[in-house]
Ligand binder design. Structure first.
Ligand code: TSB
Ligand code: ZN
Length: 602
């Protein structure tokens, strides 16, 4: 018998990661036991501890839903209270094989095949047995503070060619306070979840008929997107970027020459072939197209830096398991630019990009972000171009630029692009997970692959350097971030509808239409609610739409030629003149204020 590490007398509120892992792993076993008891015919596969909890993947004739959770949790509690000990047992390969075959547990038999010749252990508690390496509590009785959270599809062994299993996720903690705290955080995250808000606020939709990861931008979402696009394009123009358009597909040879075919193929769609002639492929990145624009004419050193920018649409075959709303998609449009520069311009171009990122984050109101220096993994010669000297030089230059700007950063090995190191800007979500928004990548490789040149002062030819950069990322990811950051309550300049006019009675229809015209002529985005509903219902609906300003128009205001304003947070202002409203909204919009100015200025 193998003794488990966390004996009965180990403090149940011990918060070491090892203890929590053991607790969560034990919980996964108990859940599997409860599920098999309640849903006969369910086969078990694997059930590890993960960050904040655990899961178990089942193959079951029953289709699990969250409605099953109370029943499963109840049974888990009964099992836990039984104070069963977790016991480990070393078994021979033959014994184990027979055991799992007899039970018809084909997934366990499959796992076993890979374990031949190794030490094999079974872990049991009560009447449940699992093929497992151990790492449990001593007894089930310390499993008290757990909750089942969700169910999702997961392929056996993570491979799309295999059977689709059902994964039930749960969370487990040492104390009730810890569990409550975590559940509260999850609730908060749910309230900010851009997938939920995106549907509720009619911003975007994912249609099964179109396909996963291929989002539809609904009018209100498209409005936010076009505000972001205009914002960044205007700034870039003022900074000397030149905007271009290029097609979202190209001959596959282009991507063979760039190295994408060798290093990025897993993320590319298969090629399209026409009558055995040319083979085309959807682009996963825009760089080779911009390189062709650079090569369209011979450049002198005087032309550099040349900053070629595009809201470039690209397609990546992201695995279905990682797709998420707008934040990780398969069809995306990147605020992209490739800066072709002289080696001695790298420093100033890099710092200018970092400053632009900081300006954009200030305007969009992002504060919780950090810089990551993404380096190659020197041992991975497949993912990264094999040229240590080139990497050392590029990594060193990026470090220097970061020190010059004076921002703290963390280094991350194995996060570079195949062609060069990156400075990635990571934004945290409510749950503390981070995702890359902006990126800056230093590249000596593609200029070489495409034999890029410029003419020097003395007439000789030299190689330019490339800086790839995205400031507001893809429109998809940026919009997802904005939705989550503001929980859908966008500041005025980003709100798809800025003002909604609500009429009290039918008599206000004409004045309401006139007011709408006046606001629209001044560039404000307005909608009108003329429905014969109670004003309280109209206000509630506008609040659910999270519209920054409501104008409640009744007979008294019409007679007095003033307006009653209501903010989405419930604050009100009465007797406001139309000109004053328009003037203040224009000011608030133009200044990109993050909170309303109208009431503050009164
Ligand atoms: C900056 N060639 C460079 C470009 O010149 C490039 O494509 N870099 S990238 O691969 O890092 O992508 C740029 C940014 O796009 C990422 O930083 C990330 O914010 C965003 N992005 C990447 N993949 C996805 C995706 N699947 N869905 C949404 N946004 C994505
Ligand atoms: Zn690029």
């Amino acid at each position: 018998m193998i003794k488990e590490k966390f004996a009965e007398n180990s403090a149940p509120n011990s918060n070491s990661q090892e203890f929590l892992d053991a607790l969560r792993h034990s919980c996964a076993h108990v859940m599997a036991q409860a599920v098999q008891k309640l849903f006969p015919g369910t086969k078990i596969t694997i059930g590890p501890a993960i960050e904040n909890g655990f899961y178990y993947d089942f193959d079951s004739p029953h289709r699990f839903t969250e409605e099953d959770f109370p029943k499963i949790e109840k049974r888990m509690r009964e099992i836990a209270e039984g104070n069963h000990l977790f016991k480990g047992q070393e078994v021979s390969f033959e014994e184990a094989k027979k055991f799992w075959e007899d039970r018809g547990e084909k997934y366990k038999v499959e796992i076993l095949q890979g374990l031949e010749g190794q030490k094999i252990t079974h872990y049991l508690h009560d009447d449940y047995v699992d093929l497992c390496r151990g790492g449990h509590l001593e007894s089930t009785k310390n499993l008290r503070h757990f909750k089942l959270l969700s169910v999702a599809g997961a392929y056996w062994r993570g491979d799309e060619k295999n059977a689709m299993l059902q994964r039930i996720y749960g969370t487990a903690w040492a104390t009730k306070e810890d569990l409550d705290k975590y559940l509260k955080m999850l609730e908060e995250a749910r309230a900010h979840d851009h997938r939920k808000l995106g549907a509720e606020l009619n911003l975007f939709a994912i249609s099964d008929k179109i396909g996963p990861g291929l989002p539809l931008w609904l009018p209100k979402g498209a409005m936010i997107r076009s505000i972001i696009e205009r914002y960044i394009v205007d700034i870039e123009r003022s900074l000397g970027y030149q905007h271009v358009y290029s097609p979202a597909l190209a001959r596959v040879e282009l991507y063979k020459q760039s190295g994408h075919w060798d290093h990025f193929k897993d993320n590319m769609y298969p090629t399209m072939q026409f009558e055995n002639k040319e083979e085309l492929v959807l682009r996963p990145m825009n760089c080779p197209h911009h390189i062709m624009i650079y090569k369209n004419e011979l450049h002198s050193y005087r032309d550099l830096p040349l900053r070629i920018a595009e809201l470039g649409t690209m397609y990546r075959y992201e695995r279905s398991g990682v797709l998420s709303g707008l934040s990780r998609v398969r069809a995306m449009t990147l605020n992209d630019a490739h800066i072709f520069c002289l080696p001695d311009q790298i420093r100033s171009e890099t710092t200018a990009v970092l400053r632009l990122i900081e300006q954009a984050y200030k305007d969009f109101g992002f504060k919780d972000y950090w810089f990551r220096l993404s380096l190659r993994d020197p041992n991975d010669k497949v993912k990264y171009v094999d040229n240590p000297a080139m990497w050392d030089k590029a990594e060193h230059l990026l470090k220097e630029a970061l020190s010059e700007v004076g921002v703290p950063f963390k280094e991350a090995t194995g996060e570079a692009a195949y062609y060069g190191p990156k400075i990635d800007v990571q934004l945290n979500d409510v749950l503390g997970h981070s995702e890359t928004l902006s990126t800056l990548q230093l590249d000596f490789y593609l200029p070489e692959r495409f034999d890029l040149e410029y003419v020097t002062k003395d007439g000789s030819r030299e190689r330019p350097v490339m800086i790839h950069r995205g400031i507001v990322s893809t429109m998809e990811r940026m919009t997802a971030f904005l939705i989550e950051h503001y929980a859908g309550s966008f500041p005025l300049w980003l709100a798809p509808v800025q003002v909604k006019i609500l009429t009290l009675t039918d008599a206000e229809e004409n004045p309401a239409r006139t007011l709408m015209d006046h606001l629209s002529i001044n560039g404000l985005r307005v909608s009108l609610d003329l429905r014969p509903e109670k004003i309280s219902a109209k206000i509630r609906d506008a609040q659910l739409e999270k519209i920054p300003y409501m104008v409640v128009l009744g007979p008294k205001d019409v007679a007095a030629k003033t307006l009653s304003i209501r903010l989405r947070d419930g604050r009100q202002a009465h007797g406001v003149l139309e000109e004053k409203l328009i003037q203040e909204l224009i000011r608030e919009n133009a200044s990109k204020a993050l909170s309303p100015l109208l009431l503050d200025s009164k």
